[in-house]
Design a protein around this ligand. Sequence first.
Ligand code: HEM
Ligand SMILES: N[C@@H](CC(=O)c1ccccc1NC=O)C(=O)O
Length: 276
Amino acid sequence: MTHKPYNPETEGAQMSFAQDMSYTDYLHLDPILSAQHPLSAAEDELLFIIQHQTSELWMKLALHELGKARTLLQSPDARQAFKGLSRVARIFEQLNGAWDVLRTMTPSDYTAFRDALGQSSGFQSFQYRMIEFTLGNRNAAMIRPHAHRPDLAQQLEHELTQPSLYDVACQRLSAATGVQIPARNRAEPHAPDQQLQDAWRKVYEDPARYWDLYELAEKLVDLEDYFRRWRFNHLTTVERVIGLKRGTGGTGGAPYLKRMLETELFPDLWHLRTAL
Ligand code: HEM
Ligand SMILES: N[C@@H](CC(=O)c1ccccc1NC=O)C(=O)O
């Protein structure tokens, strides 16, 4: 049997967008799809640019969700924050999958355009640093590469004065268990704390009694788990593509990224497991 070609018009599909908002209009695809400007003639530079631009878009959504989750965790019903936290973990899963595309780029492909990158590097990703700071991995020195953009530097500085996602989780923990939260410098990363670990242990020893906190702790561990996988995929890709070369951003490269693998966003939630 032969079919006549499908005619969208007779099926009722909207065909004229002279007056009405179209897909391209709504999504502002013109600026997005004309924002890829390779600096070399190398085949793979477009892959490299798109990989980073899509990552930055997902990071934008992650920041949006983390901000909402932090606010909801300070509201009476913490459970409303859980959906957002799960979503952020899924965003990292999405970013993790994207490494498989980039991994198809060999050292020969990359060296064809690496020089064109100059001193630019993911080390200068504002949104990445905001995510780290929001979660609680804070280091004021990381603001310095943004000094030429006072608008961005100010946002990072402001973030260092705000409670981190982990701080607000600990505030709930304290309210439910009566354990005092130790004073801390918000501009620094979270260090493991025995009092907090003891409080989280109460939660893990009696999940039924502290179900919301138990679920919250596991959502945070899940999020960090996916974040760690991102760091690991990044390091492995870097080792595969540039070996032990120094980074364009000026760090030692793979050794720097290896050191970052040791980061613990929510240290107590990992340490308490030894005591369970
Ligand atoms: C061939 C691919 C890649 C290579 C060779 C590479 C290499 C590096 C190196 C060597 C560093 C250390 C900083 C420096 O001195 O430059 C770094 C940092 C960074 N890169 Fe990449 N990278 C690649 C892909 C990506 C992608 C796809 C992203 C996604 C946005 C990304 C995001 C970052 C971030 C956020 C940092 C800072 C990490 C931190 O401070 O903990 N990189 N990268
Ligand atoms: N740091 C990389 C360069 C790099 O990967 C990069 C350069 C510009 C914009 C984003 C980048 N991605 C991650 O660092 C290198 O040393 O080859």
